[in-house]
Design a protein around this ligand. Sequence first.
Ligand SMILES: Cc1cc2nc3c(=O)[nH]c(=O)nc-3n(C[C@H](O)[C@H](O)[C@H](O)COP(=O)(O)OP(=O)(O)OC[C@H]3O[C@@H](n4cnc5c(N)ncnc54)[C@H](O)[C@@H]3O)c2cc1C
Length: 502
Amino acid sequence: MGSAGDTEPPLQLQSKNVCVVGAGMAGMAAARELQREGHAVTVMEQSADVGGQWLYDPGTDGEDPLGATEPVRVPGSMYACLRLISPREAMGFSDFQFLPRHGVAGRDPRRYPVHREMYCYLREFCDAFGLLDAVRLNTRVLRVAPAMPASSTRQWAVRSVHLGDRNEKEEVFDAVAVATGHYSQPKLPSIKGMAEWRRRQLHSHSYRTPEPFRGEVVVMVGCGDSGKDIALDVRRAAKEVYLTAKSTEEAMTPAMSKMLAKHANLHLRPQIDQLHADGRVVFSDGSSVVADTVMYCTVYTYSFPFLETCGAVTIDDNRVGPLFEHVFPPSLAPSLSFIGIPRKVPIPWFFEAQGRWVAQVLSGRRALPPEEKMLRSVEEHYRARDAAGVPKRYTHDIGGVEPLKMYEFGEKYCDFRRIEDWQRELILSGIAGMSQDMENFRDRTDDDSENVRKGLQRWYGLAAPAQAQHDQTVSTKDHIHMAAAEVEVDVEVQAMAELLVN
Ligand SMILES: Cc1cc2nc3c(=O)[nH]c(=O)nc-3n(C[C@H](O)[C@H](O)[C@H](O)COP(=O)(O)OP(=O)(O)OC[C@H]3O[C@@H](n4cnc5c(N)ncnc54)[C@H](O)[C@@H]3O)c2cc1C
């Protein structure tokens, strides 16, 4: 036992050379935390800009609208009219809030803004913390594999190609954090007659605007939130839109009833039994329609075509594993990690917590349990999910199944503060609003509780001065970049407005 005057020896933190794959919300959150902890960070991003899904790409996988090839050529799945379904007040980085920019051209100050607003905000975040210097754009990662010869500490060889000059290179890193998202690679159903169907078939990954469907009969497979949202958009141009569901009773939420009652060209049918080469779509109740297009709104699957781990990390029915707390593969931890695997979590708050944990484990500030203990924890998680009847494909849905665990995650592993109560309340009231009225919930923001109103007052009070300081330091170059972005958004908004009046 030490005497009263003993002090702990100062912690010798190690700085690692870390590659982050992907410059979306998760990748940039991780990059910031890694830099903050003193690591040298290189972010490799295949697109021409940061933003991930929030970087709207009007182009699609034209040759492969179903996105059946892995990996898809175009990572973006965002459609032009998309407005966020989560409130901006709960969608900010912990120390750089997502404040509305009232009166700034091209910006959308609403609680549930258009997708471009999220992109602009992420750019501002990168500027504020000088992250762009660490990002290599137009750089696709082709292969991540253990570096040879193996040394006592595991390192990773990262092979990448610059998509401009096709120059390939291989570099060795102490650690790799995979942050490539999971909204790019379509998950397709298997329906009788799909292969014989000669008319248009696409996954919602390739949906951008309603115009290509003008005058068409469109059948949509799957009517989750994005299915409903897209149906409301495509119906503006299409002649008829048929949403289909496994159970029409379950699908008939108040939101669905309102949509069907309001729009005469929207219909709900049971799931498709068969597609016929002549264009007939037969539903499971025996009814049929002749359709021009079948659109699959059937979610996405995890995909890491560049990763070689000799079976240490596998994907089975949308379960990526084994991953300790959805982040570290026990046999390869901590040098390999995943940021952004969990679904239905508040972003970027949850990604920040994951990034901070990885950064602190790599530096030696925190330790992971031994490999066997991490594996046991993963197996317990699987068993608990099985016992609760949660299908394997929902392994990483933690927001809906274990919200408490999600909120405690940061505190438990890296002293990262929880999202506040009023922000949680705001998220939940958005979800409730969406199930009541998909079309209008985003604009009903006048019924905040007292708790939320007080939280908002504090939020503006704390966040505004910090952001004002940042605004003064944004460089002229960045203003030019944002101005160009604003012109684009204006064109987009105008196109939407024209569509709405037609
Ligand atoms: C239509 C749609 C609407 C959504 N609406 C909401 C919403 O309202 N609220 C909400 O919270 N979330 C929403 N989401 C989910 C949201 O997009 C994600 O939670 C978040 O953006 C995920 O960030 P990410 O960084 O993990 O992944 P992504 O944004 O997908 O970023 C991954 C990045 O990795 C890059 N990449 C992939 N492979 C490679 C490679 N081999 N080499 C180099 N780079 C690579 C990609 O180009 C991409 O930039 C929506 C998603 C979609 C598709």
